[in-house]
Design a protein. Structure first.
Length: 256
């Protein structure tokens, strides 16, 4: 599965995913039965456990859907454990420097590309059934590394940040960027748009894949127009809430 999403993105194909915040394997089974390209399991803001995330990964892969997991921080133990449940990529928030990027690579990848410890008794290593040398080589090459850029001050260091060429996708966190700009959730604000476009131009100009989040069709068009190929559309809880709210609203109108 690891090659599927990466190959699409490397061919400059636009891919659509969604955030998973509800700790339900059944929900992932339903969502990944659609034509969605990937899911992002959120371990930063949701109550999803790593055990639950592993089950979600198995179910999504069964349905040919790639799995990204967002950890809560640049933490060695958290990144190492997350990358051993057979996910296709790891997304890491609050990246502000080249040192942050280097630490992500060090914690997520095996030597010689990183310093990650090796256990063959994991889902990622197929519970000792892999040839270790082949497993390490393919893992190091195929795992998607996705740092998140989330503040106005990122622009001060972005040229240095982009010097690490092992990263695959740079994800601009729209909500945290808008907070940093003093306009929470206002993606029409001129300063927000200027900063987003400046970051996007730097990322794309350095040959990386650009990613971000959309919560409606207007935002989706904005992202596509600005070169985003890795797009997370809303989150499971929001899609469900909005869908049932629309149903209830329509019902209340037609019953009158």
């Amino acid at each position: 599965m690891k090659k599927q999403l990466k190959q699409k993105l490397n061919k400059t194909q636009s891919c659509i995913g969604t955030w998973i915040t509800v700790p339900s394997v059944e929900m992932v089974d339903i969502i990944s039965s659609s034509d969605i390209d990937f899911i992002v399991i959120d371990n930063e803001h949701s109550p999803i456990s790593l055990e639950k995330a592993q089950l979600m990964t198995m179910v999504a892969h069964k349905n040919d859907t790639s799995v990204i997991l967002r950890v809560s921080s640049i933490n060695k133990s958290e990144i190492q454990k997350a990358t051993e449940i057979n996910i296709d990529g790891i997304q890491v928030p609050n990246v502000y420097s080249l040192n942050d990027i280097d630490m992500i690579q060090e914690y997520a990848l095996y030597p010689p590309k990183g310093k990650k410890g090796l256990s063959p008794f994991t889902s990622s290593a197929k519970y000792t059934s892999c040839v270790m040398e082949e497993f390490i080589a393919s893992y190091n090459d195929e795992l998607l590394l996705i740092p998140q850029l989330e503040g106005l001050n990122v622009l001060e260091n972005i040229d240095k940040i982009l010097e690490n060429k092992r990263s695959d996708i740079f994800f601009i966190g729209m909500y945290d960027l808008s907070i940093s700009a003093g306009v929470p959730g206002n993606f029409d604000d001129p300063l927000f748009i200027k900063t987003f476009k400046a970051m996007a131009d730097k990322v794309l100009g350095s040959g990386f894949i650009l990613g971000s989040i959309a919560s409606n069709n207007k935002e989706l068009k904005f992202l596509l127009d600005n070169g985003c190929n890795y797009i997370t559309y809303s989150a499971d809880c929001s899609v469900i809430l909005n869908s049932y709210s629309d149903i209830a609203s329509h019902f209340n109108k037609v019953k009158e």
